[in-house]
Ligand binder design. Structure first.
Ligand code: ZN
Length: 709
């Protein structure tokens, strides 16, 4: 199979940057002494972390690329006419060394890295990208792929094999394999200029954000912040050799400290610094954004699509820009109406305090926080004693999977891990047969990327006879030695969320590795994870794990009710700012290829107005000039996916509620029709077959408290 370079299901991960480049990786010879040389002899082919040294990865990955090149050459040069077996199935069997080395490497560089490994990562990134291009842009290989694709109707393939042909063919075409040599050259030039600009954007944005940090020498300007926050601001200033205090900018429009800063002038300045961060002389990213949008439209045209969004969406569940726009347009009226109502509540608080001013975006969080404290306040210190991490895992996360899908979990101390805090469980199916291996690495470390994610060491496939080996990583607070790990309600949700991805990997039951488990489009991949979050607060599950770590007493009902109620807070605002960002993304990427270089400010203003999300007090979560997701993180025409998968998980939850809830029969049906299916079927069809109809937004609006419960 052809592995993409990055295949984490990253949920909220942020990159970890370290800059020690003094270490140069040595490319050792690759032979039987390298632990990746042969398939792992451990149960489930688990990576032999007890034998793997940092210096083993690079030679194994490079040998793996060379091996896959040789394997692809055999397929390409086969004198027999192309068939499904000698081309598609043969490709599925290539790259096994690369896969096992890269999977282990990705795990350690994400969760337990060091300067040596980071250096290897930097050296390998361009080589891995070139390796993929060499496969996708090989004209002889593509000719074989196309021949089988064009004759697929006559080959009497089973549906999954047919799907493999279509998916792999689309991957080649998407990469530009079908272009003439002259057009391939043009594509290469467009890609080169675009990737330079994307890089310029992300570096420029870092610098712009750094320069635009809020600074003051007047301590009273920081009124409202705690002593610890003020000390941190003094420290941040000292670190940058600035006098006084400094508040660094977060990448979003709203800044966390706006919740607490009681000086209105400070709030306005901090907000404006962020809003215009990338429009300053010397740090003006508007030309980059305008040119990138234009280049992308040209690239789409070259590849045969009307717009860049049409090209990006072709292999997604939503499929077309129209479907995405229709979906967003359906949500906008309810979201903006609720945001306007929330704005009125806030204005009432301002008026009651004789503020004498109209609500502005920089006031929103400050006054909303007062509403939250009055209406929804949750005291984490009261809650945490009921959420001891091992108990949440075994009596909550595992318990739900046991009742729904019949799974059992046994800890395996004899499987080597990459760090001593990591735990490993063998997963058994209802009939006792081994199903998967599950690792969890929950505690925060300085050498771990931020956020939480799931990935795999081995993907399930019947073709290769592989059972899944998957892992979850998070950044939960590690207790002092001998103390229990007590976590927050948000942390509990994170555990259920990541385990939802893990289930999607572990319950996979497909033939081909390319279609296995979580190898699904972006606008589907967060569906099983967000869906699994719902079980965290389902009474039968919640009551089973939410028990006091000392006394074993269940959480008092009023406290549990507060956790649920707190989720209704500020939902109009938070959905509207997301929808505005999604609309901006879609408007930039549905421009026709002949569109002129846009004036970024005018374009943005018109895009929001045209989309009916231009609320003066609810700006988009990201503005065009600091929308990192879409300009350099591969979420172009893809930001909507966050809201789309939310629609799916709420809609799916509604099905469970309407059909008897928490039963094995319901779990097994969901497993059989969705969770085990990977990408083996058109996802809209798969969903509709399970749900009985296409997804609808009603349940999402209800869950967000935007309509009557
Ligand atoms: Zn996720």
């Amino acid at each position: 199979m052809i592995r993409s370079t990055l295949y984490f299901v990253a949920c909220a991960a942020t990159a970890l940057f370290m800059t020690d480049t003094s270490l140069t990786a040595q490319t050792a010879a690759f032979g039987p002494e390298n632990p990746f040389y042969s398939p792992s002899a451990l149960p489930f082919h688990a990576p032999p972390f007890d034998r793997i040294k940092d210096a083993d990865y690079q030679p194994a990955i490079e040998a793996g690329m060379a091996e896959q090149e040789r394997e692809m050459l055999v397929i390409t040069n086969n004198s027999a006419a192309p068939t499904f077996q000698n081309t598609f199935v043969a490709m599925e069997k290539t790259g096994l060394l690369l896969q096992r080395a890269q999977a282990a490497f990705n795990a350690v560089t994400g969760a337990n890295t060091n300067p040596y490994l980071q250096n290897v990562q930097r050296e390998l990134a361009p080589k891995l990208a070139a390796h993929q291009d060499a496969i996708y842009l090989n004209p002889k290989l593509f000719a074989r792929v196309r021949t089988v694709y064009q004759t697929r109707a006559r080959l009497q393939l089973d549906p999954e094999s047919q799907r493999l042909v279509e998916i792999v063919y689309d991957q080649f075409v998407h990469a530009g394999a079908a272009l003439s040599d002259a057009d391939k050259e043009k594509l290469k030039k467009l890609n080169e200029e675009a990737s330079k600009l994307e890089d310029e954007f992300s570096r420029g944005l870092l610098e712009a954000a750094k320069k635009a940090a809020y600074t003051t020498t007047d301590k009273s300007a920081l009124a409202g912040l705690t002593d610890a926050q003020i000390a941190a601001a003094a420290q941040a200033a000292a670190a940058r050799k600035v006098e006084g205090y400094l508040i660094p900018l977060q990448n979003t429009t709203q800044q966390p400290d706006l919740t607490e800063l009681s000086n209105r002038a400070t709030r306005e300045t901090l907000f404006q610094q962020g809003w215009t961060r990338a429009e300053q002389p010397g740090n003006d990213l508007r030309p980059v954004v305008a040119r990138l949008a234009q280049l992308r439209a040209q690239k789409a045209k070259l590849l045969g699509f009307d717009t860049y969004a049409a090209w990006k969406l072709e292999d997604q569940m939503a499929k077309t820009p129209d479907a995405v726009l229709h979906f967003l347009n359906e949500l906008i009226p309810a979201a903006t109406a609720k945001a306007q109502a929330e704005g009125k509540d806030i204005q009432a608080v301002i008026d009651a305090q004789q503020g004498g001013f109209h609500l502005e975006p920089w006031d929103w969080d400050f006054y909303a926080e007062q509403v939250r404290k009055a209406k929804y306040d949750l005291d984490e210190s009261q809650i945490k004693p009921y959420f001891e991490i091992d108990n949440v895992l075994e009596s909550g996360v595992f318990y739900a999977a046991h009742l729904l899908y019949g799974l059992s979990f046994t800890e395996r101390k004899n499987i080597p891990v990459w760090q001593p805090d990591v735990r490993v469980f063998e997963v058994q199916d209802a009939n006792g047969t081994p199903l998967a291996l599950f690792y969890c690495d929950y505690f925060k470390r300085d050498n771990k990327n931020g956020g939480a994610w799931m990935s795999s060491f081995v993907d399930q496939s019947r073709l290769l006879g592989d059972l899944p080996v998957v892992y979850n990583v998070a950044n939960l607070p590690k207790p002092a030695p001998g103390e229990p790990a007590l976590i927050s309600a948000d942390d509990v949700r994170t555990m259920f969320h990541e385990f939802g991805h893990a289930l999607h990997g572990m319950l996979s039951n497909v033939q081909y590795p390319t279609l296995s488990g979580t190898s699904v489009p972006r606008d589907f991949v967060e569906f099983p994870s967000q869906f699994n979050e719902h079980w965290a607060t389902y009474p039968a599950v919640f009551q089973h794990y939410a028990k006091h770590y000392k006394t074993g007493e269940p959480m008092p009902a009023d406290l549990a009710a507060k956790i649920l109620k707190a989720r209704d807070f500020n939902q109009g605002y938070s959905l509207t700012e997301l929808l505005s960002a999604s609309m901006l993304d879609m408007q930039w990427h549905t421009q026709p290829s002949g569109a002129p270089l846009e004036n970024v400010d005018d374009f943005e203003k018109q895009a929001l107005e045209k989309s009916h999300v231009a609320l003066a007090t609810v700006p988009p979560r990201y503005r065009s000039t600091y929308f990192l997701h879409i300009w350099s993180n591969d979420y172009a025409a893809g930001y909507y996916a966050y809201q789309w998968t939310e629609m799916l998980d709420d809609d799916a939850w509604q099905w469970f509620e309407e059909n008897g809830g928490f039963t094995r029969a319901n779990g097994d049906r969901f497993r059989r029709m969705v969770l085990s299916r990977g990408n083996t079927e058109n996802l809209a069809t798969m969903y509709a077959n399970w749900r009985g109809r296409a997804p609808e937004i009603g349940a999402m609006l209800k869950d967000r408290g935007l309509t009557e419960k």
